[in-house]
Design a protein around this ligand. Structure first.
Ligand code: LMR
Length: 391
């Protein structure tokens, strides 16, 4: 049977990293995968994480299995991050990364929901793949307006108002991937009101908490939703804000009308988890829990996260200024307004391929750039290459 298989296509994001690693060009730059890099172009272990690991190493007495949904203390930390305090009608499962949370959500929802699953147009490449593999028909609601390089809120809201009650709507809590454009607080109010009156189930992907404005500000949408509706699912990832990419630490939080309903629904989630990966890996969850529950480490981590966010913002401004200095006529000022790691550059697929082939500059085919991959050292080269392909 294996003989008959053709080569499958490379992953649109992680496949780029493979191609980048194989590229011998010493000036190569990777603005593909959403991984934070520091000024030196490295993705170091955060000092607060390193310290937490030392503490864990000293304390850990056993590597026995965790419960199916992970450590209860970890679930509490996740809910405190989400809601600013624990929430009696919410329950949390520790999943392998945010992607694990999305897939568990998909497997949980599919037998209960006969409708479609809606994603923003555009969205993270893997969303469609995860939910169609879970058996959903995936549809898209308007989001990004290429003309204004902003949110097409009127079109988005009218589409959301028309979505039937048996459908699921996936929203990005902050740092929209790939556009970097988020709704305002007033727009979140309107989106939550639309969910409430139309009756569809909100599923919020929260992979970049702390990378737009800060831990609490970035949870605005989640908290508005938790007030407005009875039922809600939230997928968290701590890959980016704790820089724990390869520890695969994420969570699925289920909010129900009350604690009893939440416990019943959660019992079904546990069956899905048992059948998928049995129970989660402990290490990443221990790190997040240790940092959050130690006041000094928490302050240290928040400071380190602030520094990441500030650096990304500086790179946005430097990118816009350097393109201008290179004589680029198009207006790229929108990049400095957007939030989080990503922006839509507006570059076409042909331009993206020319940048890859001629200048070893890697970005996703859609023109998405990872601003967190820019450094003061690579900026000149990178903007000179973009200026060339835009000529
Ligand atoms: C990205 O969008 O680049 C990240 O979320 C990493 C991934 O898994 O695709």
């Amino acid at each position: 049977m294996f003989e008959k298989l053709d080569m499958a296509p490379a992953d649109p994001i992680l496949g780029l990293t493979e191609a980048f690693k194989a590229d011998p060009n010493p000036h190569k730059i990777n603005l593909g995968v959403g991984v934070y890099k520091d000024e030196a172009g490295l993705t170091p272990i955060m000092p607060s994480v390193r310290r937490a690991e030392e503490i864990i190493l000293g304390r850990e007495k056993s590597k026995t299995y965790l419960p199916i949904s992970g450590m209860p203390e970890y679930g509490k930390v996740v809910r405190e991050l989400l809601f600013g305090g624990d929430c009696a009608r919410a329950v949390t499962a520790h999943t392998p990364g945010g992607t694990g949370a999305l897939r568990v959500a998909g497997d949980f929802l599919r037998p209960q929901k006969s409708g479609k699953l809606w994603v923003s147009q555009p969205t993270w490449e893997n969303h469609k793949a995860v939910f169609s593999t879970a058996g959903f028909e995936v549809a898209a609601y308007p989001y990004y307006d290429p003309k204004t390089k902003g949110l097409d809120f009127t079109a988005m809201l009218s589409a959301l108002k028309a979505i039937p009650a048996d459908d699921v709507v996936l929203l990005h809590a902050c740092c929209h991937n790939p556009s970097g454009i988020d709704p305002t607080t007033e727009q979140w109010d309107d989106i939550a009101a639309a969910a409430r009156s139309a009756g569809w189930l909100p599923l919020i992907d929260f992979a970049y908490q702390g990378l737009a404005e800060g831990i609490d500000d970035d949870a605005t949408g989640v908290r508005i939703f938790a007030e407005a509706v009875d039922e809600l699912l939230i997928c968290s990832s701590f890959s980016k804000n704790f820089s724990l990419y390869n520890d695969r630490v994420g969570a699925l939080t289920l909010v129900a009308a009350d604690a009893e309903v939440a416990a019943r629904a959660f019992s079904h989630l546990k069956i899905i988890i048992r059948r998928n990966f049995s129970n989660p890996p402990a290490h990443g969850g221990l790190i997040v829990t240790t940092i959050w529950n130690d006041p000094n480490l928490k302050t240290q981590w928040l400071g380190e996260l602030d520094a990441m966010r500030r650096r990304i913002h500086q790179m946005r401004e430097l990118f816009v200024a350097t393109l201008k200095a290179k004589g680029v006529k198009q207006d790229f000022s929108f990049i400095a307004q957007q939030k989080g790691m990503f922006s839509f550059s507006g570059l076409t697929k042909e331009q993206v391929h020319a940048l890859r082939d001629k200048y070893a500059l890697y970005m996703v085919d859609s023109g998405r750039i990872n601003v967190a991959g820019m450094t003061p050292d690579n900026m000149d080269c990178l903007c000179a290459a973009i200026a060339e392909v835009l000529k």
